[in-house]
Structures are given as C-alpha cells and as structure tokens.
Design a protein around this ligand. Structure first.
Ligand code: NAG
Ligand code: NAG
Length: 426
C-alpha cells in the first residue's frame, strides 16, 4: 500500500535525523533548556503575523470518517515543519481517519509549531499498521502546541480484548498497545484543550521530554478498558498538568523512572486507578523519581487514590521529594497507599524486600470518603524502610457501616500532624 510505504521511508528518514539529535544515552533524563512559555499566557492562541495555515483539506484530506487521510496529514505537517515562516496545521471540523504517523522535527519555523485540531481525528483499527508502537508520534521537536478543542478517537475497543497485561513481574517483554498521543524528545511542548477518547493504549505518553504543559484536557475511556493510562510519563523533566478531567480504565497519571519536577493541579480523576508513581524497581539501573507535587485534585470512585508502588526483589530505585496536598476523595478504595510488595499478597508475601527507597513524602489535607477499611496503607521495604513520610490533616471516612477507617504501617514511622482519621498507626 502506497501510504504504508511512504510512512516507511519517513521513519527511516527521521531515524537518521534522530541519530544526530539524540546524544548519549537515550534512557538518560533530558536536560531542561529554557522554558520558553514561562510567564506567558499560554491559554491564548494568537496567529503570528503572516502565519501560514496549512489546512489538511488543502492537502487532500476528506472529513467523511472513511477516507484515509494519513498522507494528507503528513504532507500538511511537512509543509508546516519545513516552512521558513511561521506556520500551523489546521484540522477543521469533520471526522478524519488517520493511521500511525510522525509529526517529527526538527522544524525550520522561527517559533513553535502549532497543530490546531477542531474536528475529530479517528484512528484506523487495523493494529498491524502500528509498527512503531504508537499512533500520533510527536518527536524531536523544540516548541510544539497541540490545541483546538478537537478530539483524538483511538477506536481502542476492538484491540482491548488483545491487550497484554504489562503489570506482571515476568521479565518477558510485553507489547504495549499504541498510545494516542506520543511525545518523545520534545522540548517546550503544550497540549491544551484537547480530548482523547478510547485510546488503544495510553491516552498520552510523554517520554524524554522537558518543559511540557498539559492543560484543559478531557481524556475518556471506560473504567473497564485495559492499560488505558491517562498521562504516562517517563524520563522527563518539568511537566505541568492542570485543569483536566480523566476518566479511564487504568492510572489517571502514572510516573515511572527518570521523572523530575512534575506538578499536577486541579485534576479530576475517576473512574481509574488514581495518581500513581511506579511501579518502580522493575528494570535494572532505573533513574530516580524526584520532585512531584500534586495539589487540589479530586478522585472519584477510583481503585487507588495517591499511590507509590514498587516491585519486591528485583532492582533498586529511589522516589523522593513528593507532596500531595488539598486532595478530595469520594468513594475511593486505597486512598493513600505505598505498596512495596506490588502484585504480592500483603503481609504474606514470600519474596525478598523491594530494593527501592522511598523518602520525603508528604500527604497534607487529604479528606473525603473511602470504601476500604484500610484507608492509609503504608507497606514499605524491610530492607529500605521509608523515611520521612508525613501525614498532616487526614480525614477519610469509611462509607457504609459506621466503622472507623483503619491504617496499616510496615517498615515506616510516619510523622503525624493535625487530624488523623484513620487514627495513626500504633
Ligand atoms: C521545577 O519547576 C518549577 C515550575 O513548576 C520551576 O520554577 C523550576 O525551575 C523547576 N526546577 C528545575 C530543577 O528545573
Ligand atoms: C487549593 O485548595 C485549597 C484548599 O481547598 C484552596 O484554599 C486553594 O485556593 C486552592 N487553590 C487553587 C489554585 O484552586
């Protein structure tokens, strides 16, 4: 098929480019250059003087929800990225079917490139077309805005039944289903006022990136859809998530190794598996997780609330300087949980302790309702006990029978302040 061939040639081209762009270890955390959006009103989208608008319709796209628009999108992107003057891609109202494709840089425009999606971009359903593992791949870019109020429909339903479970402790490689929006080696990126619906895998995957803003997002998938994490982040520095709503089948936000300086504000999560750090200690030489701030978030009907998880045995790692404040829970199972016996039975786990160290974690002003008798569950590693875990003003009421909620602590001596419901560990 012609389109597949063109994609193939592009991939090779971009791989060659990537070899020059990426220096050193791909797994190393990127170094943050200057944050070009700091102090600017990113909410406002203003056309630059003389900015060229590359409407995908002018490149042959058809908004009928049937025609394969991949080539048209690729051509519109190329015209935009290779422009010497400021330019943007416009996807107008309508349904545009698009297969796996790259929005790859580096670009030659003087300022950040904008991709403005007003309509709905619909993924093809034949999973064999996703040879590079993701759907829309934004890669090797310095300055990119993905905006416009439109929707990315991953059409994941058919593929969910074939999704492999990647959360097992087996070392065999697990094939992830394609993420809808994939940001890799992006510096200064904004995804704003965008919806994603029913991704095959993650809604948004951010890796090897720096200075990323994710705002006003609405990510939606059924609570039963497998591995549909809302925002999954690895090997990235300076990520700000705010004013978003995530309803999905897995973690609303998941952060794994190499994540540094992430703030999450005014996020509403549920259904879903909550806001997670980890699972950590799965791979050799994992980079630490450091500097995570979660503020003013609401979790509704999630299976976990605020969770840090690591595998028993396996590999070493570190998670530190993490704070959760002003969090509201409604009907949440496991509202506060540190689980260093991940996928192993609590209390009777026969495996060796986790080699991941967890330190300097604050839970401040966490209130609401829980459906689990153990509302605060802190199970740390016997070999590397948790250090400086603070609990301040925790008020979690158990729904249903008039029973007080409880707490469990292992290999941790939390520092308590203010109200404690459940009562502090003995
Ligand atoms: C962390 O992010 C804040 C803004 O959220 C920024 O001011 C600060 O410089 C960042 N720290 C590093 C080490 O980049
Ligand atoms: C965050 O929540 C606290 C407590 O509910 C409130 O005082 C504060 O104004 C909130 N901040 C924002 C930015 O919404």
């Amino acid at each position: 098929m012609v389109i597949a061939k063109r994609v193939g040639v592009d991939v090779i081209l971009w791989l060659v480019v990537a070899c020059f762009v990426v220096e050193g270890n791909e797994r190393a955390r990127p170094i943050a250059g200057p944050d070009i959006y700091e102090g600017r009103n990113v909410a406002k989208d203003v056309l630059a003087p003389g900015e060229i608008i590359n409407n995908v319709m002018s490149f042959g796209a058809k908004p009928d929800g049937k025609f394969d628009c991949t080539q048209a999108f690729m051509d519109a992107w190329r015209a935009t990225c290779k422009s010497k003057v400021q330019a943007r891609v416009l996807v107008p109202l309508g349904r545009f079917v698009v297969s796996a494709m790259y929005f790859a840089g580096p670009c030659t425009t003087p300022g950040p490139v904008t991709v403005q999606v007003e309509g709905t971009v619909v993924a093809t359903t034949d999973i064999s077309e996703y040879v590079d593992g993701e759907w829309l791949m934004f890669q090797d870019l310095s300055g990119i805005k993905l905006i416009g109020g439109g929707t990315f429909d991953g059409q994941g339903k058919d593929s969910w039944s074939q999704t492999e479970n990647c959360e097992t402790d087996s070392d065999s490689a697990c094939v992830r289903a394609p993420s809808s929006i994939f940001f890799s080696r992006v510096n200064n990126g904004i995804i704003q006022n965008i919806k994603t619906l029913n991704p095959k895998g993650f809604h948004i995957f951010v890796t090897n990136c720096a200075n990323i803003r994710l705002r006003l997002l609405k990510l939606t998938a059924p609570g039963t859809s497998p591995n549909t994490d809302g925002i999954h982040i690895s090997h990235s520095i300076n990520v700000k998530i705010s004013k978003s709503n995530i309803e999905t089948g897995d973690d609303c936000v998941s952060m794994i190794q190499g994540v540094n300086n992430v703030t999450i504000k005014r996020l509403k999560c549920g259904p879903g598996h909550g806001i997670s750090i980890g699972s950590l200690g799965k791979y050799q030489d994992e980079l630490e997780v450091r500097g995570i701030r979660v503020e003013n978030c609401t979790l509704v009907g999630t299976t976990n609330g605020l969770r840090i998880k690591s595998w028993p045995e396996k590999y070493s790692g570190l998670a530190t300087d993490i704070s959760y404040s002003d969090i509201t829970m409604e009907n949440v199972k496991n509202p506060i949980i540190i689980d260093q016996e991940y996928q192993c039975s609590p209390g009777i786990c026969q495996k060796k302790p986790s080699l991941v160290k967890i330190a300097n974690v604050g839970f401040i002003n966490v209130k609401g309702t829980t459906i689990s008798p153990i509302a605060v569950d802190l199970r740390c590693s016997k070999q590397f006990p948790c250090e400086n875990i603070q609990l301040h003003n925790i008020d979690l009421k158990l729904l249903g029978p008039i029973l007080p909620s409880g707490a469990r602590c292992a290999n941790v001596k939390p520092v308590y302040g203010g109200i404690q419901m459940p009562p502090a560990c003995p």
